[in-house]
Design a protein around this ligand. Structure first.
Ligand SMILES: NCCC(=O)NCCc1ccc(O)c(O)c1
Length: 711
């Protein structure tokens, strides 16, 4: 209680209403819940939430930037031209007059307007939730774009985190198509190396900025700053996140929105507004560092499932033992009656849990997935996996009021019943919905579901739409749809289970993950467990011994069941590639989302074996189905994606034209599966096809000089 008292003694009046919940020294305490009415999100004074946020702007489909009539003022940033991205950022901006600030770049996009160079500075730090910053200020209500306040509330449970610019999520990058984006990533995290990946950006010509450690760059060392530079060449909803270790799950992520002129978006006629604040970033949240769960414990909080879900870094937490609920603010999205709004949902989960999004009383017209436009479909619930993005339109045509947004963690998240709520509200209406809060077990009605987990995808149905049933809203390269691809790659993946006596033998140190049921596993793709090389092939190919690399046709001699090497598949430049992913994991509630760097691919088919006698799919059976023409394929406007969940006990078929040379990581997007080897590298083209290594590009590698004699 001492902490609470100290907090109350010095806090601002708003903080008085903040009940916090801390796990100190491993024991749970029931904290006093303060305040009677939750006026944090009752909006007393009106300066925190909803209408009165200073950072909204409205982009009409006619390309106009306008302030809302009731708002009557332009975005305000405390009277300063640049936002608080740190003193170094101010210096760079002062010395480079041709750079634009983040808020100058977050604009409506018009065809024919010159692109900008958008400059960002990320300071990555060890930080905390509910630190003393919360005595100094109250956090920006819509933390999605920028914040001057350094208070991170998360779900009201105190813990250490990793943060970019003391924000959760980190800063949002919002630019127009073809802008150049420059991000100085300053690693101020003691004892940690880091890289940032720009998930969804293709990095054509800037392969060195893809942010994959030991593949496209050496990780950024502590105290060092690495300048990422890329062109926002493909519009859409994307995100950035740490690609090193387990850091992403501790808070290193944020949204990226690449807008385009309405004339270039085939679905722009379906919405009136595309607000900077209508980004919906979903993340799973633990109450301890993610590394606490790796390799994983047997008894106390086993497995890797999160305690909670956050929506734009916000939420509340109900203690399962005491029933105590924190009263931190929920995220609020505001709409004007009668208007149609584009929402941009990002699944930034790190665990294996799918996220199920439902919004009370409002159907969702899905218009894009992973940034790529699809022909609109109307659903009521979207199930998404780590790494996926879905854009949808909501028509504010219901009775003005407030409505619940429910995000439920499915699969393993069902054990702890992790879910989060947010509010969809009509301007000038109440902040709190009048209906009771949807519960994990008694949630909002699902209605029509996008991306059903049952993966019955080979026929039209009234209750669900599968990803392979979406139609591309744009013309698809005919070459991709030719009957025979140039290269066909079958990639089965599974876990390898170790017996403890195999794993814990003297003088061997094999990596492993302890699954929730106590199984000790590593991941295999095509019977290979991926290890990162000691230097990045993109920048230091000559420093890597050729024996480091392997693939299904080139297994190292004496490579046993736990074959460890850098799995690399070589693909000729411009080939039409077909990949068939086959789920040999066979864990009933687990579907693995695979993400391809450098591309969007076309989803040609997905499903399960049509053969009723086959209980479990495997590579042999998938090959057999393919030979018999029974792998489901649809060539009429297949949708583009960069992340696709393989139905459990099922398969996915996708294609792409390999016209972007590089070393592109292809991997399960579950964080804990990356670190046990569920990756491959798609190596497209040759070194001659790649841009040269930039001067002074950092290097890394083993240091093993000859050992000289005693004298
Ligand atoms: N009879 C098969 C049981 C089985 O497949 N056990 C592993 C499940 C697992 C592995 C890794 C994870 O990350 C995870 O969440 C769950």
């Amino acid at each position: 209680m001492e902490w609470m008292q100290r907090y109350l003694a010095t806090a601002l009046c708003v903080a008085l209403l903040l009940a916090t919940h801390s796990h100190a020294a491993g024991k749970r305490r029931k904290d006093r819940q303060t305040g009677s009415s939750p006026s944090w999100w009752g909006g007393s004074g009106g300066s925190l939430l909803g209408e009165a946020t200073g950072s909204d702007f409205y982009t009409s489909t006619h390309g106009l930037v306008q302030t809302h009539p009731t708002r009557g003022r332009l975005p305000s940033f405390g009277g300063e031209k640049t936002l608080d991205f740190g003193n170094r950022a101010q210096q760079v901006l002062a010395q480079n007059a041709h750079l634009s600030t983040p808020e100058q770049c977050a604009r409506a996009c018009r065809e024919g307007e010159p692109p900008r160079i958008c400059y960002f500075h990320f300071t990555l730090e060890l930080y905390n939730v509910l630190g003393a910053a919360c005595q100094v200020c109250t956090p920006n209500a819509t933390n999605t774009v920028w914040s001057h306040c350094q208070c991170v509330l998360a779900d009201g449970v105190e813990r250490g985190i990793l943060s970019a610019n003391r924000m959760l999520p980190g800063p949002s990058i919002q630019v127009c198509e073809n802008d150049k984006v420059v991000i100085d990533v300053e690693n101020a995290m003691e004892g940690m190396e880091v890289t940032i990946h720009w998930h969804g950006l293709w990095q054509r010509g800037t392969q060195y900025s893809d942010g994959v450690p030991y593949v496209t760059q050496c990780p950024i060392q502590q105290g060092n700053t690495f300048r990422y530079q890329w062109i926002a060449a493909n519009a859409g909803t994307h995100f950035w996140h740490a690609h090193t270790g387990l850091q992403k799950m501790d808070g290193l992520y944020g949204s990226i929105v690449v807008r385009q002129a309405p004339s270039r978006d085939p679905n722009s006629n379906l919405y009136d507004y595309d607000l900077t604040t209508h980004v919906m970033l979903l993340s799973d949240w633990m109450h301890e560092d993610a590394i606490e769960r790796f390799p994983g414990r047997l008894a106390v909080n086993p497995g890797q499932d999160p305690e909670n879900v956050l929506i734009n870094g916000k939420g509340q937490f109900q203690d399962p033992i005491t029933g105590f609920v924190t009263n931190t603010p929920l995220e609020v999205f505001t709409m004007t009656p009668g208007r149609r709004y584009r929402f941009r949902m990002i699944n930034s989960f790190a665990s294996v849990c799918p996220a199920q999004l439902t919004i009370q009383g409002h159907p969702l017209t899905v218009i894009a997935s992973d940034g790529e436009p699809v022909q609109p479909v109307v659903v009521n619930t979207i199930i998404s996996f780590s790494g996926e993005r879905y854009d949808f339109v909501i028509n504010a045509d219901q009775a003005p009021g407030a409505y619940w947004i429910q995000v439920r963690g499915l699969g393993e998240c069902g054990t702890k019943r992790a879910q989060q709520l947010a509010v969809l509200r009509y301007a000038r209406g109440p902040y709190e919905p009048s209906s009771p809060r949807p519960l994990y077990d008694v949630g909002l009605p699902q209605g029509v579901v996008l991306n059903p987990l049952d993966a019955i995808c080979n026929r039209q149905r009234t209750d669900a739409i599968c990803i392979n049933q979406l139609k591309n809203a744009q013309h698809v390269d005919d070459g991709i749809l030719q009957e025979r691809p140039d290269v066909k790659i079958f990639l089965p993946f599974r876990f390898l289970f170790y017996r403890p006596e195999e794993l814990f033998t003297p003088h061997t140190y094999n990596r492993y993950l302890v699954a929730p049921n106590g199984d000790h596993v590593i991941s295999l793709v095509d019977e290979i467990s991926f290890v990162f090389p000691p230097s990045p092939p993109l920048s230091q190919i000559d420093d890597i011994p050729p024996e480091q690399f392997c693939n299904g046709d080139n297994r190292p001699p004496d490579c046993g069941a736990n074959c460890m090497c850098t799995h690399k598949v070589d693909i000729p430049l411009n080939a039409v590639v077909e990949v068939v992913l086959v789920d040999e994991v066979q864990q009933p509630n687990l579907s693995h989302p695979f993400h391809l760097h450098g591309y969007a691919f076309k989803v040609i088919g997905m499903g399960r074996s049509p053969d009723q006698n086959v209980k479990k799919i495997n590579l042999k059976h998938a090959l057999d189905l393919d030979r018999r023409g029974l792998l489901h394929r649809e060539f009429n406007l297949p949708p583009s994606k960069d992340t696709i969940a393989v139905p459990n006990n099922g398969y996915v078929v996708f294609r792409f034209r390999a016209d972007n040379p590089g070393y592109w990581l292809f991997h399960c997007h579950f964080l804990f599966h990356i670190v046990i080897g569920m990756n491959t590298i798609m190596h497209v083209g040759t070194h001659a096809d790649l841009p040269p290594v930039p001067p002074n590009f950092p290097t890394c590698g083993d240091f093993l000089p000859p050992i000289t004699g005693p004298h």
